[in-house]
Design a protein around this ligand. Structure first.
Ligand code: CA
Length: 241
């Protein structure tokens, strides 16, 4: 994790400095650029470990930067965290569907941003270890929750949870990348084929049922307003001051 490089793309100088300050304090190298065009130039020179990307940028906007990051073979794998202004939910949804990993809304807590960044880098490294792409089991919440895709079983404190195929598909998809927001559309395509037709509305119904079956851990499936859902490895309140 140390010596990881964060590319900060943010035209508001104060926010860029705030991110830079916290990133450096946590031992990261940073590169800061203030426009979409300079972001693309920077990405062509050196590939960062993670990109913090504002959406509203001069010249090339953030969504276009993201599109090009995902399209280029050299940067397709780099985690991207979107920083958006409050109320720009449709842009956030578009960003996540273009392949952003997560987002924060301004004004954001720097500690939450750093926690998300570290999570993104850790996941990225884990994904690149050989034979780790499809883990045999997902062990979550200090072992209280275990998802076993091969056996198609979820256990809660050692006891099997009776889930439908769709519920299993949703928890497996969200838990595969804890902390990352997924839109309803992404959830639908991930579980497609496991069950009958799913709509955004029915995703909500399945999530409600899933939360109930997961009892106390049900709250770990967080609703991200206007965007979708995420599985919280650590609850947001415990990250905050
Ligand atoms: Ca901006």
């Amino acid at each position: 994790m140390n010596d990881s490089c964060i590319l900060v793309v943010e035209d508001e100088v104060e926010i860029a400095e705030l991110i830079e300050f916290h990133a450096k304090r946590d031992g990261f190298r940073t590169r800061v650029v203030h426009s979409g065009k300079t972001a693309l130039e920077s990405l062509a020179r050196e590939i960062p470990d993670v990109v913090v990307l504002d959406l509203m940028l001069p010249d090339v906007d953030g969504l276009e930067v993201l599109r090009r990051v995902r399209r280029a073979e050299t940067t397709a794998h780099v985690p991207v965290l979107i920083v958006s202004a409050k109320g720009d939910e449709s842009d956030v949804v578009a960003g996540i569907e273009l392949g952003a990993d997560d987002y924060v809304t301004k004004p954001f807590s720097p500690r939450i941003l750093m926690a998300r960044l570290k999570n993104a880098i850790r996941r990225q490294h884990a994904d690149h270890e050989p034979n780790q792409n499809e883990p045999e089991r997902y062990v979550l919440c200090g072992g209280e929750l275990v998802i076993d895709p091969a056996r198609h079983v979820v256990t809660l404190c050692g006891k099997d949870v009776d889930l439908t195929l769709t519920e299993f598909g949703i928890i497996q998809y969200l838990a595969a990348r804890p902390g990352f927001v997924r839109t309803r559309e992404q959830i639908i395509s991930a579980v497609h084929g496991r069950a009958t037709v799913l709509s955004s509305r029915t995703v909500d119904v399945h999530v409600t049922a899933l939360r109930r079956k997961l009892e106390a851990l049900g709250t770990r499936i967080e609703t991200v307003r206007g965007v979708g859902y995420r599985f919280a490895e650590v609850s947001e309140t415990s990250i905050e001051d």
